[in-house]
Ligand binder design. Structure first.
Ligand code: HEM
Ligand code: HEM
Length: 488
């Protein structure tokens, strides 16, 4: 009943949506053929399903709340359930959580195919999922009640951070032991970078657990966790996963893409570690950090060209699967936003003469959304559609609904980023250059923030569609006969 209603409503707004079932038979047949073609080979790959469902649901939850927050900037008297600071903490914690959940699911899914054997421990993978999901619920609950350490991005209280660290440890252990089922000499380069990226992430997580009395030292180490993760260790994992998924999806000859992949992986590690210096401009460190952050920050854009090149080469030489258009589109989006939103945008704001104006303005928020959702969020979405179409329970998952979601998310993101970018430029000029009062400038930015809300609404619908489609299919499955009749 709910699914029927949902499909009818969607068909009203989006003619392409498979509410009009009479026209959908051809597409549905393609979907089913595609599912058949790619049936999972190793039973342990199934653990990835719950990671993908979890990622989609937490994503929808995050952006529904965020849209309210965006509206609050335009209508300050709007009744919202949480004070802005706590809402923001929950938002940024979720912003790292669900993309990571999706990416981890993707790794659990491709790993058995990569090594030709099952995962070391599906039990540990399941345990890790529940540990992560319950910890995140704990984080949302405690932050909502006002329990916060006050350290941006690392706000959760210590027991919850320890639980997060434990989950990361279980993941690293499971992946590494699985890879060692194969002789080291036979590892693919992507496997090596995966282990390296995970090991680094684990070490870089340690400063998140401790406080340093000296505020400068504390800020210095704080950036190790979240920001070196994004700009180096996670980026390493992402390049490995994107390359593996492209090889699996297009059946391109791995030799054709690996050479670019090597250059990219090496540059990502080297430049990411020092490039993080652009976060040290304002925290009271020695002056030489300005030069380090500037030079390495600007160079950091270089490796991101390679991921686009790898995607281009794979697309040119694709021999197999192209019917899973959504996953493929999201992979491309991840590569492009990674270059434009993270690399190029980040490089420009790494220049100290520009950063002196842009720091703390909406321009940084524009970069943050483009880079974080653009790269890691898009990759998680690619994984969700790549993996979930294999699940018999989600055989009716609509690829067309996914396409609608893809365009809504990317249009919404572009509108949000452009309006935030323009608001940020005006803010930098009036506040930093002309010297107007912060609050006065904030008032003048309202029209831009109103446009941001429009982008946010589109984006939120784009996030809700996949979650709704997944949940309704899982909670109200069509009886087998009806499913068959609808498909054909
Ligand atoms: C996918 C990778 C990336 C993600 C997810 C990301 C995310 C973010 C986020 C969330 C912020 C806001 C930081 C805060 O509020 O503390 C930020 C700031 C910034 N990022 Fe990135 N970033 C990425 C890559 C890069 C790269 C490659 C560069 C340089 C080429 C860069 C340069 C900067 C700069 C200069 C700032 C502003 C620092 C400031 O003024 O304090 N980012 N980034
Ligand atoms: C409907 C979609 C979204 C809306 C309306 C939204 C809204 C907001 C708002 C109001 C803030 C506070 C700063 C500002 O005003 O810009 C913020 C910050 C942030 N959001 Fe979102 N957000 C959305 C989606 C996302 C997604 C999907 C991610 C990542 C997966 C994300 C990551 C972040 C990060 C990292 C920050 C902190 C940026 C900084 O330090 O400057 N957001 N968002």
């Amino acid at each position: 009943m709910f699914r029927w209603l949902f499909r009818k409503m969607m068909a009203l707004f989006f003619p392409a949506f498979p509410g009009k079932r009479t026209n959908s038979s051809e597409r549905a047949r393609t979907n089913r053929k595609e599912v058949k073609e790619k049936e999972i080979v190793y039973p342990s790959q199934r653990v990835a399903y719950k990671y993908c469902v979890g990622a989609a649901v937490f994503f929808a939850f995050q952006v529904t709340l965020a849209t309210l927050a965006a509206l609050e900037f335009v209508f300050p008297d709007l009744p919202v359930p949480l004070p802005a600071n706590l809402g923001r903490s929950i938002h940024v914690n979720l912003s790292m959580f669900w993309p990571l959940l999706g990416i981890m699911g993707g790794i659990y899914y491709v790993l058995p195919e990569e090594i030709g054997d099952d995962l070391y421990s599906p039990f540990l993978a399941n345990l890790q999922f529940w540990l992560m999901a319950l910890t995140m619920l704990g984080i949302i609950g405690t932050l909502a009640l006002g329990f916060t350490t006050g350290r941006e991005y690392l706000e959760p209280i210590l027991p919850l951070k320890l639980a997060q660290g434990l989950a990361l440890f279980i993941f690293t252990l499971n992946v590494t032991v699985t890879l060692f089922k194969r002789k080291f000499a036979a590892w693919h380069p992507t496997s090596t970078s995966l282990v390296l990226g995970l090991g680094l992430s684990l070490i870089l997580y340690l400063p998140a657990l401790f406080f340093f009395k000296n505020l400068v030292t504390d800020e210095f180490f704080k950036f190790w966790t979240v920001h070196i993760w994004w700009e180096s260790s996670l980026e390493l994992i992402v390049t490995g996963l994107v390359t593996t998924m492209l090889i699996l999806m297009t059946r391109v000859d791995p030799g054709l893409v690996m050479k670019y992949y090597y250059v990219e992986a090496v540059l990502v590690i080297l430049l990411g570690f020092f490039g993080v210096g652009h976060h040290y401009f304002w925290i009271g460190l020695q002056r030489y950090w300005v030069y380090i952050g500037w030079i390495f920050g600007v160079l950091q854009a270089v490796p991101f060209f390679f991921i686009v090149w790898v995607s281009y080469t794979a697309t040119l030489h694709k021999k197999g699967l192209s019917s899973n258009s959504v996953a493929f589109k999201f992979l491309w989006a991840a590569a492009i936003w990674n270059l434009a939103g993270a690399g190029l945008f980040g490089a420009v704001t790494s220049i100290p003469q520009i950063n002196v104006y842009t720091h703390g303005t909406f321009l940084v928020s524009s970069h943050a959304h483009l880079a974080l959702f653009g790269t890691y969020g898009s990759l998680a979405m690619a994984v969700i559609y790549f993996v979930l179409v294999q699940w018999e329970k989600l055989e009716m998952l609509s690829i067309r609904a996914g396409e609608v979601a893809f365009w809504l998310l990317n249009t919404g993101l572009t509108i949000m980023a452009l309006s935030l970018g323009l608001a940020g430029m005006l803010q930098a000029y009036l506040w930093r250059f002309v010297g107007l009062d912060f609050a006065v400038v904030q008032g003048l930015l309202k029209p831009y923030l109103a446009v941001r809300s429009v982008g946010a609404a589109l984006f939120a619908i784009g996030a809700i569609i996949p979650a709704w489609d997944i949940l309704t299919n899982l909670i109200f499955p069509l009886p087998p006969r009806a499913a068959d009749a609808t498909r054909n």
